[in-house]
Design a protein. Structure first.
Length: 599
């Protein structure tokens, strides 16, 4: 841990992403913003005329793609600028302007789906046979699939116009927790003060110093507790927004509405929860090993992240992290690793934490730009895994944008976590293979089990929380800090069992999970992890020919974008997520690794 968190200006430029590749300077961004605003009125050329001819419909799609690409690029630049430092007023204003433009564009384009649906089905099918519309057949069929949930043009425009207001809850939460909320310094067992931030909180929980772990844990949730009513009101409004949009479109629930975008049946969500719950005994067996290894009468919530074995003496500076990850990804082929390393070396990544920087990590970018990775790199194994994870997202984006036209270049969220987790699985296998001692093997097994616990068990628990909260709101029950705390604490008791003392502070943990403001997203981490486990094992097959064939199928999956439904894409790659089988298979692997750790 560093003693202080540096200002943005104190970070060396070689550790910052090359945002100038998006726009060379702010004036260029401003010109692009103005250009997009000037394009918007041209929509009048097409409104009310989409059914006139195949050529008119094709012309509209070409124009709309130009506008959308421009707006996406404008928003990307502004968002990246703000994420560099959420305290930067100028960047906040830029992002607000970009968001307002996107909302206006959505409102202006809200007529599209209703107007296409108003074309008599037989005539629409005739139009789709024209060569001008060959590219857009799948796109249009996806619109007609949503026919019963698409409103009139006026109603769609009204909903789209409310988009900026509806999206404000995430922004309010981010500004509170990333810019305004400050944590007190915490003390370790020697009485030395340490800074606490969202970025280094988990690092504190990984410390072997239990005093530091407890201090960080208490300071984190006591701080959030002081803002409990504000955060609860913000999240409650976000949940009500989800339910409102679902009801407006005729869905039975926000869950059904959310999953329908990816054409995923709700049974997939419920199967995940049911299957994971049936394996909670394996999780609790692992926690009992943890309790015994730490020689504690009972685990506290702040004892769940500390490694059970000393970290191997790996060189984990930024250069070493890049070398390790590149070597681990060798099963994906020379072309993949060469492009990955070239991108990482040429400004894809914003590496280190600075004051005001958005916490956590993500991969971003749009059609026509490099993929970009935000990190808050800490020089430990977790940081290396984060690079592998976000690098997987970025390479998925690179392959999809390269091999698909714009209309199908953006892969669906359901498969978004597959590529990232395949990379993590390959990394753990590489590290296990190159481990030199039994302690190293045990450390890596523990690390993998933690990845599994936090990605499959933890995210499924989050998924249950989301489901219960949305259902409560749908029934007209008030969502207060107390009611949501009670739900969250009860789920922790169910999942962790007797091995962990589930205290009152952990009931507030939901308050610091930003993904909850993106309805029903977190379950995809769990399903993605399970799918990735199977795909990675396939590329590591001892039979070289099988491994090569699996690699090729996987690279085709990365290149497919949204050219098929996500379940079909995974099925083509060799994993059928419409059944509980991949989830159960992954959970069986977890159980076997728990057994290996206890040896």
């Amino acid at each position: 841990m560093t003693k202080t968190i540096p200002l943005r200006s104190q970070i060396d430029d070689r550790y910052k992403w090359r945002i100038d590749k998006v726009y060379p300077h702010q004036q260029a961004w401003q010109e692009a913003l103005s250009q997009a605003k000037q394009m918007l009125p041209e929509v009048k050329t097409y409104r009310g005329r989409l059914g006139e001819s195949a050529q008119m419909l094709a012309d509209f799609f070409h124009w709309e793609e130009s506008l959308s690409q421009l707006i996406e690029r404008v928003y990307l630049y502004a968002a990246m600028r703000q994420d560099e430092d959420n305290g930067n007023d100028e960047a906040q204003a830029m992002r607000n302007a970009a968001e307002a433009l996107a909302v206006e564009a959505n409102a202006q384009l809200a007529f599209v789906a209703p107007e296409i649906l108003a074309i008599p089905p037989q005539r629409l099918e005739t139009l789709l046979q024209e060569p001008q519309l060959q590219l857009y057949q799948r796109l249009i069929h996806d619109i007609t699939r949503m026919r019963e949930h698409t409103l009139s043009p006026e109603q769609e425009a009204l909903l789209a116009g409310a988009g900026e207001m509806a999206g404000s809850f995430d922004t309010i939460y981010s500004m509170l927790t990333d810019a305004d909320l400050e944590f007190p310094a915490v003390r370790d067992s020697h009485g030395e003060e340490r800074p606490l931030s969202s970025g280094n909180y988990i690092l504190c929980l990984e410390s072997p110093d239990r005093t530091l772990r407890r201090s960080a844990y208490q300071a984190m949730y006591q701080t959030y507790g002081r803002y409990a009513n504000t955060i609860a009101a913000t999240f409650s409004a976000s949940v009500k927004k989800d339910n409102f949009y679902a009801k407006s479109r005729g869905y039975q629930s926000a869950l059904a509405a959310s999953l329908d975008g990816d054409n995923i049946p709700t049974e997939v969500y419920h199967n995940l929860i049911k299957t994971v719950r049936s394996y909670l005994g394996s999780l609790q067996q692992y926690l009992e090993i943890r309790r015994s290894r730490l020689q504690l009468p009972q685990l506290a919530m702040y004892d769940l992240y500390v490694p059970l074995y000393p970290e191997p003496k790996l060189q984990l500076g930024w250069e070493q992290a890049k070398q390790i990850v590149t070597a681990a990804l060798a099963p994906l082929g020379e072309d993949y690793t060469r492009e990955f390393r070239a991108g990482i070396d040429s400004g894809w990544v914003d590496v280190y934490e600075n004051k005001g920087k958005t916490s956590g990590a993500y991969s971003s970018g749009v059609y026509g730009t490099d993929p970009y990775i935000l990190m808050n790199y800490q020089e430990n194994l977790n940081g290396v895994f984060t690079l592998a994870h976000e690098g997987g997202h970025s390479m998925h984006s690179l392959y999809s944008r390269r091999h698909q036209p714009y209309a199908y270049s953006d892969y669906r969220i359901f498969v978004a976590e597959v590529a990232s987790t395949v990379n993590e699985n390959l990394l753990i296998e590489y590290l296990l293979k190159n481990a030199e001692t039994k302690d190293e093997i045990h450390y890596l097994l523990n690390h993998y089990l933690e990845q599994f616990r936090t990605t499959v068990f933890r995210q499924t628990m989050f998924a249950e929380f989301e489901l219960q909260v949305h259902q409560l709101a749908q029934q007209g029950e008030p969502l207060t800090a107390q009611s949501m705390n009670e739900i969250y604490r009860r789920l922790n008791c169910d999942y962790f069992g007797e091995a962990v003392a589930v205290d009152e502070l952990i009931a507030r943990e939901w308050m610091r999970i930003p993904h909850f403001y993106r309805a029903y997203y977190v379950y995809k981490y769990a399903t993605g992890f399970c799918a990735a486990s199977a795909l990675a094992l396939g590329m590591l097959d001892e039979d070289t020919a099988k491994a090569k064939a699996n690699q090729q199928r996987y690279l085709q999956f990365l290149s497919a974008g949204s050219s098929k439904d996500p379940i079909d894409l995974l099925r083509d790659a060799g994993v059928d997520m419409a059944t509980p089988q991949p989830i159960a298979q992954a959970l069986e692997l977890f159980g076997s690794m728990v057994a290996a750790l206890s040896e």
